[in-house]
Design a protein around this ligand. Structure first.
Ligand SMILES: [Zn+2]
Ligand SMILES: [Zn+2]
Ligand SMILES: [Zn+2]
Ligand SMILES: [Zn+2]
Length: 800
């Protein structure tokens, strides 16, 4: 997904392996990035481009006017099954393939409005009704949509408008009752029913609280940092030759304190699992629900009511404003390249979008500046230029012909570090660490992209299409040196490997009954955050990152003493991977050996495995020790067993648990419980009580019991699962917070008031270390709490 699709990647790697040794050496020993780019791109042959174009065609992003009917029917099926979310997504797919101002488009919007109505998303429903009407909703169906509109207005408490809609409908209907496709009786009945509802609401005097908007308002840095934009004054930027740039605490920081709040400089939505290549006939239209169907392609807001790009079926937005902005900033160039960008991968796409966002003018300006600063090409090892910077005490940049000193790369003349293109440009590309074939691969991707852009701009020039911006960005005569652009994009593509930040969100997946939700983290997009990038890695970090829309926030997850370094985790966390795996990952992707305290201590006691993957004795339940042959640690108990025997038992067990989970997902609760209980007995005979698989089994049992309404049993199972999570992730981890959230829901639903209140308090405490007050789960907890506190204690016992 980050890199090009497998077919193109292996094509290029094969091409590389077949190059004459002398040419490989030329590329490998090229001193500058421009040389790498020039040598590589001269090797891109027309047949390579033909192959690439054929691949790109497989990722169809155009509009297929035959598709809307298909998607509407598929959506209707899901609607019948009351799966309104999936139905809405399928209608959206129909919209994205429709011609504007056609019955196809208006019917897809109208059907989606019905799905949104059932989901209680009345505002969105109203918007879709308007969209349906502006795209030519058929006159004969009007009463249907007008009734829905009135229902929405009533539900929203907008009674004045509701009355207006009702009387409009009555007037139209009495004027031409035969026009409508509905028996007049049913319309009359509905109207009567609605009027009653309006009346009822009017008699209610209470005012409805405005829906809690999920915004960043009120979540601000305590005090803005003067030297470092988007950071709190509790941190400061430092640099040394070994660590590079890093952040330290300028005063004692308490758990939960907000340290950085930064909007992505650039972000590209993760296409997720790519649609199948369009070679097979049976899978012509894709009905899967992807990230791209649920989140705005510009601001990453979650929405079921997307509006599609006019030019393609891929890009979808939360609103007309986002659509417009994306179009002006980058999508008008990217839209015709859709399939190619999916083929070349997210990193290449992000590199292009970066240069489009800042405009080519600025890109070349910054590059020139950089050349002057380092007095050499942008490819030379940064570490040595840093050492030089440090030796001379200060770096230098030129401004108005004068040499001005600047302390740290990426800072402006006043020494301030900001989330701007200069900072982005100064992120390390690690050119010297990437393998020659990787650089070759990236260079050829960028080069193919540049040629496509040149061709596109040439077309625009010759056909005289009205796209002056495109010309400015791409026309050869306006940008004499496409190579400069290519080199800059190549630099960005190489930077992304170490500096890309995955923008994630928590997706809630509930059981069908929707009583207890479980959640998982999903990757929404890839972004660049110049300030967040300043943080170094630790496998046991002292901060936590979360996202809302494209904004990242970093909070202290524990107390951080004055002078201590602020650290976050690049992915390999000590609770998720063993030390060897972490080291391997950090070395191959980020080019360094981790020396964090977790790695240090673990490396010295490799022999004992963490409890969440330990085996235990089947006779006395003591932990088993050893390498190939494990023996019971308990004195006098002579049990011993081969590790591979236990490993294969574990594998079988995992499979069984997987099958049970599937039963659970399908709503087959009793068989799921039976299967899980069997797994549990098996697991307890050879796994430690805190083993991750045991936790998973307990969690499944808790879900099944909750779905059956057995709150007590469900809570017991969940408390067992909670112990495993605590052993593995620690008592104040975000994982622990989510588990506590689930437990709170169960107590809440079971009316166990004191237990619910104390669990809510614990969950809030843990979650607020990691997420801000706008977080869905924290808001939900607060709602539960106020609901419980409102319950006045009722006297127990029979009334007379
Ligand atoms: Zn948006
Ligand atoms: Zn488009
Ligand atoms: Zn480490
Ligand atoms: Zn034993």
């Amino acid at each position: 997904m980050d890199l090009p699709v497998t077919e193109w990647k292996s094509y290029l790697l094969q091409k590389w392996s077949l190059l004459p040794k002398s040419i490989q050496v030329t590329v490998s020993t090229a001193e500058t990035l421009s040389d790498v780019f020039l040598h590589s791109s001269s090797l891109l042959q027309p047949e390579d481009e033909i192959f690439l174009r054929r691949l790109s065609k497989g990722y169809f992003v155009g509009k297929d006017f035959g598709a809307p009917l298909f998607y509407r029917e598929e959506g209707n099926k899901k609607f019948q099954e009351k799966d309104y979310t999936v139905a809405a997504v399928l209608y959206s797919k129909g919209v994205s393939h429709s011609r504007p101002n056609t019955e196809d488009m208006s019917l897809c919007y109208a059907n989606r409005s019905a799905a949104l109505f059932h989901l209680g998303q009345y505002e969105m429903c109203l918007k879709d009704i308007i969209r349906a009407q502006t795209h030519g909703y058929p006159e004969r169906l009007q009463p249907k949509i007008m009734l829905r509109k009135a229902e929405c207005l009533v539900a929203l408490g907008r009674l004045q408008e509701a009355r207006q809609t009702i009387s409009d409908l009555e007037r139209n209907f009495t004027a031409s009752p035969t026009l409508a496709d509905f028996p007049s009786q049913s319309v009359q009945k509905n109207l009567h029913h609605l009027k009653m509802k309006v009346q009822e609401k009017e008699n209610l005097t209470e005012t409805f609280p405005a829906a809690l908007a999920k915004t960043l308002e009120g979540v601000d840095l305590r005090e803005e940092n003067k030297q470092l934009s988007n950071a709190s004054s509790s941190v400061s930027l430092c640099m040394d030759p070994f660590k590079g740039r890093y952040l330290v605490a300028t005063r004692e920081i308490l758990p939960g304190e907000l340290l950085v709040k930064e909007d992505a400089f650039v972000s590209v939505l993760n296409p997720g699992e790519l649609p199948p290549l369009h070679h097979s006939l049976d899978s012509k239209w894709d009905t899967r629900v992807t990230i791209g169907d649920l989140y705005c392609h510009r601001c990453l807001k979650h929405t079921l009511a997307t509006v599609p790009c006019d030019g393609c079926s891929y890009a979808k937005y939360c609103s007309q404003e986002c659509l417009q902005q994306a179009w002006e900033l980058y999508h008008r160039i990217e839209c015709p390249l859709g399939g190619l960008l999916l083929t070349l991968g997210v990193f290449c796409h992000t590199a292009l979008r970066l240069t489009l966002l800042v405009g080519f003018e600025d890109v070349s300006k910054i590059r020139k500046l950089y050349d002057e600063v380092s007095n050499k090409d942008i490819c030379l090892p940064e570490s040595s230029s840093w050492v030089k910077t440090l030796n001379s005490g200060l770096g230098e940049i030129e401004k108005n012909g004068k040499i001005i000193e600047t302390p740290i790369p990426g800072c402006d003349v006043n020494g301030k570090y900001e989330s701007n293109y200069q900072a982005v440009f100064n992120l390390l590309p690690h050119t010297e660490n990437h393998t020659p074939e990787h650089k070759f691969l990236c260079a050829l991707c960028v080069s193919a992209l540049c040629r496509q852009l040149e061709a596109a701009s040439f077309q625009t020039v010759t056909t005289g299409a009205n796209s002056s911006q495109l010309k400015a960005a791409t026309a050869p005569e306006l940008c004499p040196d496409v190579t400069v652009w290519g080199v800059v994009m190549l630099r960005h593509m190489l930077q992304l490997q170490c500096n890309a930040q995955a923008i994630t969100t928590i997706q809630h997946t509930g059981s069908k009954e929707g009583i207890v939700t479980s959640s998982r983290q999903v990757r929404l997009a890839t972004g660049i955050f110049p300030v967040v990038s300043l943080l170094n890695h630790s496998c046991s970090p002292n901060t936590s990152v979360s996202f809302i829309s494209t904004v990242a926030t970093i909070r202290a997850s524990q107390r951080i003493g004055k002078g201590q370094e602020i650290l976050h985790c690049y992915g390999p966390h000590k609770n998720r991977m063993g030390v060897a795996e972490r080291q391997q990952k950090l070395r191959s992707q980020y080019f360094f050996d981790c020396t964090c305290p977790a790695c240090h201590t673990e490396a010295h006691r490799m022999a004992t495995r963490p409890r969440w993957e330990a085996f235990c004795c089947n006779r006395c339940r003591a932990p088993m020790q050893g390498d190939d042959v494990l023996s019971c640690g308990h004195r006098g108990c002579a049990v011993s067993v081969r590790r591979d025997h236990l490993a294969s038992r574990l594998q079988d067990l995992r499979q069984q648990v997987g099958m049970a989970r599937k039963l659970l997902r399908d709503g087959k609760l009793e068989p799921a419980i039976q299967q899980l209980s069997g797994c549990q007995r098996d697991a307890e005979s050879f796994l430690s009580a805190e083993h991750a698989v045991l936790g998973e089994i307990e969690d499944g049992l808790a879900q099944a019991c909750a779905a059956l309404g057995d709150w007590q049993k469900s809570a017991t199972h969940l408390q067992n699962s909670l112990r495993v999570v605590e052993a593995r992730h620690g008592p104040s981890s975000v994982e622990m917070g989510r588990e506590l959230f689930k437990l709170a829901q169960i107590f809440f639903n079971g009316f166990a008031v004191p237990e619910a209140l104390s669990t809510i308090r614990k969950a809030e405490e843990v979650l607020s270390l990691h997420c801000g007050p706008w977080d869905d789960e924290i808001q939900e907890l607060q709602k539960m709490k106020s609901c419980l506190l409102d319950l006045t204690p009722t006297p127990v016992g029979p009334s007379v």
